[in-house]
Design a protein around this ligand. Structure first.
Ligand code: CA
Length: 224
């Protein structure tokens, strides 16, 4: 079954270009011209991935992103004309998994979609454990002890990488390569941003830190 893509984009020209191109590539595509319509479509028939424009009339893309994220772990690729790092971080905070700056090439869009879909694809499920941290690779549900932790698609990828390599120092290059398998346009703080998210989520009720910084090298999952 081909992947279902929900496109939320108010610019008619871009929306129809995406729809035509993605259908040609074999995807099933639904298009919404505004946030509330997009959210309703996503709720009625959950897509495999969402392409979400940042600048939307009424409810902006960030708010749509937050609400989509609250509804489940669907990968979200944001389209934005904004290229300031602060804006990107704001989008990541809202739960977007990836970005594409307008104008973008369609081939670049396809590459990013494939990467996000590949990561979201169900593999044979197992539960990875380290200390009191566990991660179910089937449901993508994480737990710290009994406490459930909600993860975005990218946070899941990063945490899974750590859990598959406990006590092993992962260099920034390895993390880039495994979690972001394309050039992220030179934005070098993306790993720090995601490590911060994972720390916030895994330490939110005062649990001891498990993801440690190895200065000048990378990160390691270990107990104090
Ligand atoms: Ca727009």
């Amino acid at each position: 079954m081909s992947a279902r893509i929900l496109v939320v984009e108010d610019e008619q020209r871009i929306a129809s270009m995406l729809q035509r191109g993605l259908i040609y590539e074999g995807y099933r595509v639904e298009v919404a011209g505004d946030g509330p319509t997009g959210l309703a479509l996503a709720r009625d028939n959950p897509p495999d991935i969402v392409i979400l424009d940042w600048m939307l009339p009424g409810m902006d893309g960030l708010e749509v992103c937050r609400r989509l994220r609250a509804g489940g772990p669907v990968p979200i690729l944001m389209l934005t004309a904004k290229d300031a790092v602060a804006d990107r971080v704001q989008g990541l905070d809202a739960g977007a998994d990836d970005y594409l700056i307008k104008p973008f090439s369609f081939n670049e869009l396809l590459a990013r979609l494939r990467a996000l879909l590949r990561r979201a694809a169900p593999a044979s499920a197992e539960v990875l454990r380290f200390a009191d941290l566990s991660l179910d690779t089937g449901t993508h549900q994480a737990f710290r002890g009994e406490r459930a932790i909600e993860l975005t698609a990218k946070e899941y990828e990063l945490l899974e990488l750590f859990l598959r390599h406990p006590r092993q120092v992962l260099t920034r290059e390895v993390i880039y390569d495994r979690v972001w398998d394309y050039d992220f346009g030179g934005e070098s703080n993306i790993i720090e941003v995601y490590v911060r998210y994972l720390r916030q989520k895994t330490e939110s009720t005062g649990e001891p830190r498990l993801i440690h910084t190895v200065r000048g090298v990378g990160y390691v999952l270990r107990e104090e």
